[in-house]
Design a protein around this ligand. Structure first.
Ligand SMILES: Nc1nc2c(ncn2[C@@H]2O[C@H](COP(=O)(O)OP(=O)(O)O[C@H]3O[C@H](CO)[C@@H](O)[C@H](O)[C@@H]3O)[C@@H](O)[C@H]2O)c(=O)[nH]1
Length: 247
């Protein structure tokens, strides 16, 4: 089994002033050995300044400031580059709003073993969502079904945002070529990890709908997901047909 080593969790933020101190405090209490990188996209509500205050008081917290909102995927790519440069062995993802519970990070750490990517999953037995509107549940379940059908991605929750990557996995999947800017980034990365022959493990988590602040899910975010997944699926089908014709 590969030892775990130094762990950091990247937390992207946009207008999370009511949540960021709460979530950082919970994560520090639950996992004192784990460092945190907050990636803020110039939140107008002052999230970045609050995060700076947390970093000033705690060496385990780093803040990356980006000039403007440029999407969840773009924020993670930036955070991952900082984490890799910082020499971390395991690099995680977590939302700032309490949907992902820091107290459940131990489940992901325990499942790491020989896996390259561990996903905290809502849709495996034992996983659940609390207070999600039916519309969001259908979108997530439908999205995952679409991903499975088109891309053959054999995981239950390819869009989940509570994860741990081994450093080697992020190095192998060529982050420089990732173009997904929104939430489809999550699916993009799982597909890349699987395509590279690496091991993905899912562990059940309880996803709790935020009680403060607003989701940044929008029509544009959903449209990017639909457009990119369809394009990847069609490209894969074309590749399969070409291979069959060559035989
Ligand atoms: N820096 C930055 N952060 C962002 C941006 N957009 C969203 N975020 C941050 O990304 C996290 C997730 O955003 P939410 O808007 O709270 O996501 P959600 O609707 O609850 O979506 C959940 O479900 C998605 C689909 O299953 C998941 O892909 C996502 O990770 C999350 O678990 C939050 O911390 C939010 O502040 C952005 O453009 N820039």
């Amino acid at each position: 089994m590969t030892p775990i080593g130094r762990v950091v969790v990247v937390i992207p933020t946009y207008n999370e002033a009511e949540n960021i101190a709460w979530i950082v405090g919970r994560l520090r209490a639950a996992q004192p050995e784990v460092d945190i990188i907050v990636v803020d996209d110039g939140s107008p509500d002052g999230t970045g300044a609050i995060a700076d205050g947390l970093a000033a008081a705690d060496r385990a917290v780093t803040v990356v400031h980006r000039p403007a909102k440029a999407g969840l995927g773009a924020a993670y790519l930036h955070g991952f580059r900082v984490a890799l440069a910082g020499g971390y062995d395991v690099i995680g993802e977590m939302d700032a709003d309490g949907s992902h519970q820091p107290e459940q990070l131990d489940r992901l750490l325990a499942a790491l073993g020989d896996a390259d990517l561990v996903i905290g999953s809502r849709w495996v037995p034992g996983g659940s969502v609390v207070n999600w509107p039916l519309r969001r549940e259908l979108l997530s379940r439908g999205g995952n079904l679409y991903v499975r059908m088109l891309l053959g991605v054999r995981v239950h929750d390819a869009t989940a945002g509570f994860r741990l990557f081994r450093r080697a996995a992020l190095e192998k999947i060529d982050l420089a070529s990732v173009q997904s800017t929104g939430y489809v980034f999550q699916t993009d990365l799982v597909a890349r990890v699987l395509r590279s022959g690496m091991v993905v493990r899912e562990v059940p988590i309880e996803f709790v709908e935020r009680v403060r602040g607003d989701s940044k899910m929008s029509g544009a975010v959903a449209a990017e997901s639909l457009r990119r997944i369809t394009a990847w699926g069609l490209r894969e089908r074309a590749r399969q047909v070409r291979r069959a014709l060559q035989r």
